[in-house]
Design a protein around this ligand. Structure first.
Ligand code: HAM
Length: 446
């Protein structure tokens, strides 16, 4: 025996273990709303040829540092980076596209019939200031079409995304769209853009001074009031497009028109990630939302994406892999007043409430519950409760049309009492007849 006193445990304060800022628990109805949205989105994506993929939440740092672009907030300010005990530098994925392209290259998917089409769903992490529509942990439903330069792939990504949003209640959407060119024409455009902004240096906000040096396209994305007027006369990327890019963009627009997708060409749309070429787009809900004080709140982009023909080379591929994709911000969808909740398949209204009384019955309860599960009859129960009145009250509240009562006597006789909650009529059913009875019940309650 040692004389050492056991270390006194320090009491943890509530705020020390509260969920981290900008991250939250999903419980009950809200959990089911996310699950229902994901099921519907996956279902639609499946019809349009997308297959599921899940990549790790942690990726090696260069997956993002070499692809997202210097001068983008996501790469420069918002990544959660960590060094493991083994010395690896890993990043909590801030977005999904780079990881999926990494997986495509790593698994040699170039050898498969092209394009390879993926949908994916999961959490992403950006160290942003939490505010309306901005969380630090958020969920995206993404669509990626890898291995084709064809404009119909751009249209397919946009179409699938808007269909998913439509099913989730968004009937009044606009696709904001732009083309930012490719390596043939982008250089000329950037020269025109920097030339224009250099003439207005004194009117620029400090961030735009920096953008002019590191990432001039981002000048068009500046939110500072000071820089808004300058955008009006800034040269547009569309006016600098080479013939191939112009033709590609024209085709994408033609597809949107043919599908009756409402769109608006937005010359200032450049997106917050650097890997884009040609088409870039964002989807906004036109339903006017007002704050509690009655002010109109500006619409948030529910999803966005674009073409990323050079991303593969940035990730070490010898050849370019033309690709296009988009991602829906699922939290923004669920939190929007326009959103229509979609129930997941797993959420079933209980048809039978199971009541047990006494220790003998408790012991045999599992057999009965399993019979009901095997017959696919959704049930509810409160095995930890003992009294009849208490359990009947819960059964009543649950709205289940039938109750199965399994008391001490029934446990000895190998029977159950089935009670119709509406008519209050009861009948005794032998345990051996329960599967048949349940089958008949299922048909009756269908
Ligand atoms: P993104 O525009 O950065 O694109 O994100 C897509 C959507 O995710 C946004 O439109 C928004 O709805 C949602 N979102 C972004 N950040 C947050 C946040 N902090 N909190 C809540 N929601 C957020 C991408 O991530 C690209 N990987 C999309 C893509 C796929 N491009 C090509 N393929």
């Amino acid at each position: 025996m040692t004389n050492e006193k056991p270390e006194k445990k320090k009491k943890v304060r509530e705020d020390e273990i509260a969920s981290p800022k900008g991250m939250r628990d999903l419980i009950g109805k809200e959990y089911h709303a996310y699950q229902g949205f994901f099921e519907k989105a996956a279902d639609i994506a499946g019809y349009y040829g997308f297959r599921p993929i899940e990549t790790p939440i942690l990726e090696r740092e260069p997956v993002f540092t070499s692809s997202l672009g210097v001068g983008t907030d996501i790469r420069d300010k918002e990544m959660y980076t960590l060094k493991t005990k083994g010395g690896d530098h890993l990043v909590m994925r801030p977005e999904g596209t780079a990881g999926i392209m990494r997986a495509y290259i790593e698994h040699g998917m170039q050898a498969q019939p092209q394009p390879v089409m993926f949908y994916n769903y999961g959490p992403y992490f950006r160290h942003e200031n939490p505010q309306r529509g901005r969380l630090r942990e958020f969920r995206q439903f993404g669509l990626e079409i890898l291995g084709t330069p064809k404009s119909i792939a751009d249209a397919l990504a946009i179409r699938t995304m808007t269909l998913i949003l439509d099913e989730a209640g968004f009937k009044n959407l606009t696709v904001e769209i732009n083309s930012i060119g490719d390596k043939t024409c982008r250089g000329g455009y950037l020269r025109a853009l920097t030339g224009y902004y250099k003439k207005h240096l004194s009117e620029l906000c400090p961030d735009c001074h920096e953008r002019l040096k590191t990432n001039p396209l981002r000048l068009l994305d500046c939110k500072n009031a000071k820089c808004q007027d300058l955008k009006i006369d800034a040269p547009t990327s569309i006016s600098s497009l080479c013939n191939d890019c112009r033709h590609h963009f024209k085709e994408v627009i033609e597809y949107l028109e043919a599908m009756n997708i409402s769109y608006r060409i937005n010359n200032n749309l450049v997106r917050g990630l650097d890997y884009y070429t040609r088409t870039v787009f964002e989807v906004v809900d036109n339903t006017v939302e007002t704050s509690e004080s009655g002010e109109v709140v500006p619409p948030l982009s529910l999803g966005g994406g674009g073409r990323y023909d050079y991303l593969a080379k940035a990730l070490g591929s010898k050849k370019d892999i033309p690709a296009v994709g988009c991602a829906i911000g699922v939290d923004r969808v669920i939190m929007s007043p326009t959103h229509k909740t979609l129930d997941p398949r797993i959420l079933k209204k209980p048809k039978v409430y199971f009541i047990q009384l006494g220790s003998e019955a408790k012991l045999k309860s599992f057999t009965i519950i399993e019979t009901l599960r095997k017959a696919h009859v959704p049930i509810a129960q409160s095995l930890s409760k003992d009294g009849l009145a208490q359990q009947l009250a819960i059964a009543e509240r649950s709205g289940a049309p039938y109750t199965i009562i399994f008391g001490q006597k029934e446990a000895l006789d190998d029977t159950v009492i089935a009670r119709n909650m509406e008519t209050r009529s009861q009948e005794t059913v032998k345990l051996s007849d329960l599967p048949d009875f349940v089958k008949h019940l299922k048909d009756e309650l269908r």
